[in-house]
Design a protein around this ligand. Structure first.
Ligand code: XMP
Length: 529
């Protein structure tokens, strides 16, 4: 914490995204240094860069090569701003190319752990740890800078990359070929902290305390005396919005929880009890919570609908109908609160510049504010998921709620393949409950990023006791991921999977067989639909 009396947005870094899978990780690491930052795509208009008054710029990596003339470059206005610039991997290569240096593709790609020898006079890298100036780092590149631009000095080298880092202190330009944002680079956090604090002059204003205070003040200024409604799903984002708004506007907030019949076992009761005035957090928040039992309405509308995107549409539209009916009962409601978080904002910005492809429509209830003529209040718009969790804990929400795996808006609707009905949902609920309970008791729940069961409507033959069983199949899915854009299937212990499989088949008569999903993303997605 700092004694500097400034607004937490007064100091900010810009991350220019060249399409690296690590761009969001860079931004999260900068936030961990206590500095606010935003990501803009490399081809955003100059005005967008210039409007964002800033203390420093980071150029991300990229799967592209600067050796082709057609690939992305940093907008030249960025180098004219006079603020410090740090190029990472491709960011270093494009900086070198644009400033008059030379980059070549090398025959032997450098991938994985490497050791850099640091020039002890480097502003960015000196004294970051390690013996004799040697630091372990993580590399992933096929091109490298072979001649520095005029004015730059080489600040680190490896045996295969003589120019592994460079800097021009006069012009405040710094670049590293390795990736400081990944945990495989142990000095990465210290390097980014040095860039943000010592080189860019930021003070670390971005703290949970300040974020909560700022969010409360902005919501109060935005909403005034009006009534606000919130669709509370019990997931992390909407729960944190509820807690934040309850602190900001108290009884002006009404939360609507829709039981669509596609929830997990005990979920409705859990949400009701988390926010019940009977316990301390519920008592402190004093939420107006309305629960709507809409299972029949959802299942009737879903009857016979098989296509995943069609199901998403039906579920989204039905949610809007139900929610609107309830919300209309709240007099003078002018605002709709939503748990939009920063990765959603980045995704929309990327699609604004025409680069995103829609694989699945994750935003299930778009259109609600227009239809109901409500204005949007989105207090988490600037936050990454881990920051939302931190804020949730800060606001007193229980760790069990704040650390929950994500659950998709259409719920079990996209985990029952094909047509959805109550008997399948009931079987899936039981199987999922066994899997999740076992993960928790084996202390594996928090070691995976998302885990769930999927109902496969194909029948397979089994034998239970002496009897033949011809029943559907349950697939178990567990993944490890940082950003949910890519994911690795979780290597859960065989004994554990065996135990879960036995329990599911023995305890649920509607299941003949259990399979474990060993597909990573890509090419598979995390959900099956
Ligand atoms: P996929 O399946 O695209 O999932 O790899 C990535 C993350 O998004 C969640 N997901 C959804 N969330 N509505 C949501 O609110 C949806 O329609 C939806 N589809 C997938 C998924 O659970 C995972 O966390």
């Amino acid at each position: 914490m700092t004694s500097v009396n400034k607004n937490l947005h007064d100091e900010r870094l810009l991350i220019v995204d060249f399409g690296s899978q690590y761009t969001q990780l860079i931004a999260r690491r900068v936030r961990e240094c206590g500095v606010y930052c935003e990501i803009l795509p490399w081809d955003a208009p100059d005005d967008a860069f210039l409007e964002f008054s800033l203390n420093g710029i980071i150029l991300s990596g990229s799967p592209e090569t600067v050796t082709l003339g057609t690939t992305p470059r940093a907008a030249s206005c960025l180098f004219d701003l006079g603020v410090p610039v740090l190029g990472i991997c491709y960011g270093m290569q494009t900086m070198a190319t644009q400033m008059g240096g030379k980059v070549e593709s090398v025959a032997k790609h450098e991938f994985g752990h490497a050791q850099i020898d640091v020039d002890p006079s480097s502003q960015l890298l000196a004294d970051l740890g390690g013996k004799d100036g040697a630091l372990p780092v993580w590399m992933s590149h096929g091109d490298q800078v072979v001649a520095t631009p005029e004015g730059f000095s080489v600040s680190a080298s490896t045996s295969s990359a003589p120019i592994a880092a460079m800097e021009d202190v006069q012009r405040n330009l710094y670049a590293v070929q390795f990736h400081p944002e990944v945990t495989h680079t142990p000095c990465g956090a210290a390097l980014l902290k040095r860039f943000c604090h010592d080189i860019c002059g930021c003070h670390g204003l971005w703290t949970a305390d300040n974020i909560v205070e700022d969010a409360i003040a902005s919501v109060q200024a935005q909403v005034g005396e009006d009534q606000v409604i919130l669709g509370l799903s019990g997931g992390v984002d909407s729960s944190v919005v509820a807690a934040l708004l309850a602190r900001a506007v108290g009884s002006q907030l009404t939360c609507v929880f829709v039981d669509n019949g596609l929830l997990r076992k005990g979920e409705r009761q859990e949400v009701e009890s988390f926010f019940s005035p009977a316990n301390s957090i519920g008592n402190a928040l004093q939420l107006n919570l309305i629960t709507v039992d809409a299972e029949d309405e959802f299942l009737t509308k879903l009857d016979g609908v098989e296509d995943p995107e069609a199901k998403r549409k039906v579920i989204g539209n039905t949610f809007i109908d139900v929610f609107e009916r309830e919300a209309n009962k709240v007099e003078n409601a002018k605002w709709l609160a939503q748990g939009t978080i920063y990765p959603d904002v980045i995704e929309s910005a990327a699609s604004k510049y025409g680069k995103a492809h829609v694989i699945k429509s994750h935003h299930n209830v778009g259109g609600l504010p227009e239809r109901m003529d409500l204005k949007l209040v989105e207090p988490l718009r600037e936050l990454f998921k881990d920051e939302v969790r931190q804020i949730g804990l800060h606001l007193g929400l229980p760790a069990e709620l704040v650390q929950r795996h994500p659950f998709p808006g259409p719920g079990l609707g996209v985990r029952i393949l094909g047509a959805v009905n109550k008997p399948s949902a009931d079987v899936l609920r039981e199987a999922d409950h066994i899997f999740i309970t076992e993960l928790r008791s084996a202390d594996l729940y928090s070691k995976v990023s998302q885990a769930f069961a999927v109902f496969l409507p194909i029948k397979s033959v089994g034998v239970v006791g002496d009897a033949r069983r011809y029943a559907p199949v349950i697939a178990l899915r567990a993944v490890e991921t940082i950003d949910f854009m890519t994911a690795r299937w979780a290597h859960l212990p065989y004994d554990f999977i065996e135990h879960v499989s036995n329990r599911i088949i023995n305890e649920i008569s509607g299941v003949s067989r259990v399979v474990y999903d060993v597909s990573s993303k890509p090419p598979a997605t995390i959900e099956w639909e």
